[in-house]
Design a protein around this ligand. Structure first.
Ligand SMILES: O=c1ccn([C@@H]2O[C@H](COP(=O)(O)OP(=O)(O)O[C@H]3O[C@H](CO)[C@@H](O)[C@H](O)[C@H]3O)[C@@H](O)[C@H]2O)c(=O)[nH]1
Length: 442
C-alpha cells in the first residue's frame, strides 16, 4: 500500500479524550497521513480549533441517540454528571450503525478507538487494523484494567507498592464503582480484540507500567508520548486574564482548575474558595458552578467576592489553561491530576498541588507525589472531604520560600521536565509510533 495511510478516530465522548486524539491526529497529518475524526455533532465546534490540518483531518459528526435517563441533547460527559456516564456509554454504542456506514463508505486503513469495544469486529471484517488508544495513564490501566484485580485492588505482579489507593481514597473508588464493570469490560475486551495497543505516555515516566500491560496482554504496546498540544499561537491569552495576572509579581499567583468534569457539592466548593482566601496569595480559581447553582457567583461564600476584589477571581467558564500556566505571574497549579492537566503542569514551571477526585486521577497523583516527588497532595479526611486548612497547608508547603519540601519538589519537577524536553525525545516517540503503524500495515 501507499505509505501514507487513512485513519479513523473514534474517541469516547469526553473532551479529555477527544482533545488528545486530535493532538495525535495533528501529528499524523503533519506526516502526510489523513484522518477522519468521528465525534458528536455539537462537540465539533468546541474542538475544531485544535485541528491544525483541516485539509487532512476531516470531522465526521455523529448524531448521538437519546437514551432514557440522559438529559435531552446530552452528547458529551460535559453535559452530564458522572453517575450518568454508563448511559452516555450506551448512547455511544448505539452509534454503531453510523460508524459502520462511514467505515464501509470510506474504507480507512486503521481505526483508533478507546471505549467502543466493537470497533475491532467492524474493522476485521473489512481487513482494517484497529488500535486501542488509551489516553489515561498506564498506571491506571495496569492497576484497574488488567485481569486478576478487583475494584481498588491491583492484579498480581502489579509493579508498584506506592501507586495504590490509600485509606482516604474511598471517595474515588465509590465514584469508580458506578461504571467500573462496564469500563473494565470495554477496555479489557478492546485490548484483547484489537491489533495494536497504544498508550499516551512515555517510558521515562510510566515504563514499568507499560511493560506490565504488554506482558499481561501478551501484545506489543506502542507509546505515543504525552501528546502535548502545539502552542496555540492563533489566540493569545484573553486580555482580561493577561491584565489581571500581569498585576502580580512573578510566580506569585495560584491557579486552580479541575478539568472538564468535576462539579463540587456547594459546601466543598465554598471550602475550596475559603482555602484560597486563607493562603493570602493572588489566585484564579476556574471551576464549574457547584451543584444546585447556575453560576459560580451564586455559590460563593458570604462576602467572598467583595473581600477578594482585585486579588482573587472565581471563574465558571472555560479558560485557556496552557496559556495561563505559561504566564510568568503564575507560580502554582492546583489541579485534579487529569491526564491533560498533569502533562501540561509537568511542562510548566508551576509548583504542583494535586487534588484528585476520580480513581485515575488518584493513582497518577500517587505516582507524581510518592514516586517522583514532584508534587504534593491535598490531604482529605476518610469521608473524602478536604478542609480549607488542608488546602492552604498543601499550597503553602510548596509556595513558602523557605520550605524544604517546596525546594525538593521544584528541583525534582525541573529534572523531570528536563528529561521530557530533551531534544528529540517527544518527536522521537511520534516518529517511532508512526513507523510501527506503517510496518503493521505493510
Ligand atoms: O477551562 C478549561 C478546562 C480544561 N482545559 C483543557 O482541557 C483538557 C482537560 O483534560 P484533563 O486534564 O485530562 O481533564 P478532564 O477532561 O477533566 O479529564 C477527565 O477525563 C479523563 C479521561 O477519561 C479522566 O482521566 C479524568 O479523570 C477526567 O477528569 C486539558 O488539556 C486542559 O488544558 C482548558 O483548556 N480550559
Amino acid at each position: 500500500m501507499d505509505s501514507k495511510f487513512h485513519a479513523f478516530m473514534f474517541p469516547w465522548f469526553a473532551f479529555g479524550h477527544m482533545i488528545p486524539f486530535l493532538h495525535l491526529a495533528n501529528k499524523l497529518a503533519e506526516k502526510g497521513h489523513r484522518v477522519t475524526f468521528l465525534l458528536p455533532k455539537k462537540a465539533q465546534k468546541q474542538v475544531e480549533h485544535h485541528n491544525l490540518f483541516p485539509d487532512s483531518i476531516v470531522f465526521h459528526p455523529l448524531t448521538v441517540p437519546h437514551v432514557n435517563g440522559l438529559p435531552p441533547g446530552a452528547e458529551t460527559t460535559s453535559d452530564i454528571s458522572i453517575s450518568e456516564d454508563n448511559l452516555l456509554s450506551e448512547a455511544l454504542d448505539l452509534t454503531r450503525g453510523q460508524v459502520e456506514a462511514a467505515v464501509r463508505a470510506l474504507r480507512p486503513d486503521l481505526i483508533f478507538f478507546d471505549f467502543a469495544l466493537w470497533i475491532p469486529e467492524v474493522a476485521k471484517e473489512l481487513m482494517i487494523k484497529s488500535v486501542s488508544y488509551i489516553i489515561v495513564s498506564a498506571t491506571t490501566i495496569a492497576h484497574t484494567h488488567v485481569p486478576g484485580g478487583s475494584l481498588g485492588v491491583p492484579p498480581p505482579g502489579y509493579p508498584s507498592s506506592k501507586v495504590r489507593f490509600g485509606e482516604n481514597d474511598a471517595h474515588a473508588l465509590a465514584k469508580l464503582s458506578i461504571f467500573y464493570k462496564r469500563l473494565y469490560h470495554q477496555i479489557t475486551t478492546g485490548f484483547k480484540r484489537c491489533d495494536i495497543i497504544a498508550l499516551r505516555t512515555c517510558k521515562e515516566i510510566e515504563g514499568k507500567f507499560c511493560d506490565y500491560i504488554a506482558h499481561q496482554y501478551q501484545k506489543k504496546v506502542l507509546l505515543t508520548g504525552p501528546m502535548l498540544p502545539e502552542p496555540d499561537t492563533s489566540k493569545p491569552l484573553e486580555e482580561h486574564w493577561s491584565h489581571f495576572l500581569s498585576g502580580f509579581p512573578p510566580r506569585s499567583v495560584v491557579f486552580c482548575a479541575l478539568g472538564s468534569q468535576i462539579v463540587l457539592e456547594k459546601d466543598q466548593f465554598q471550602e475550596l474558595c475559603l482555602g484560597m482566601e486563607l493562603i493570602g496569595l493572588p489566585f484564579l480559581l476556574a471551576v464549574k458552578p457547584p451543584k444546585g447553582s447556575s453560576t459560580v457567583q451564586e455559590g460563593l461564600p458570604e462576602g467572598f467576592e467583595e473581600r477578594m476584589k482585585g486579588h482573587g477571581v472565581v471563574w465558571g467558564g472555560w479558560v485557556q489553561q496552557p496559556l495561563i500556566l505559561s504566564h510568568p505571574s503564575v507560580g502554582c497549579f492546583v489541579n485534579h491530576c487529569g491526564p491533560g492537566a498533569i502533562w501540561e503542569c509537568i511542562m510548566s514551571n508551576c509548583q504542583m498541588v494535586l487534588l484528585p477526585f476520580l480513581s485515575d486521577q488518584t493513582l497518577f497523583t500517587k505516582l507524581m507525589t510518592e514516586e517522583f516527588k514532584v508534587s504534593v497532595e491535598v490531604l482529605r479526611e476518610k469521608t473524602g472531604w478536604f478542609s480549607k486548612e488542608s488546602l492552604r497547608d498543601a499550597i503553602k508547603s510548596v509556595m513558602d520560600k523557605d520550605s524544604d519540601l517546596g525546594k525538593l519538589v521544584r528541583s525534582n519537577h525541573a529534572n523531570l521536565k528536563e528529561i521530557l524536553v530533551s531534544p528529540g525525545l517527544l518527536t522521537g516517540y511520534v516518529d517511532s509510533f508512526v513507523e510501527a503503524l506503517q510496518e503493521e500495515l505493510n
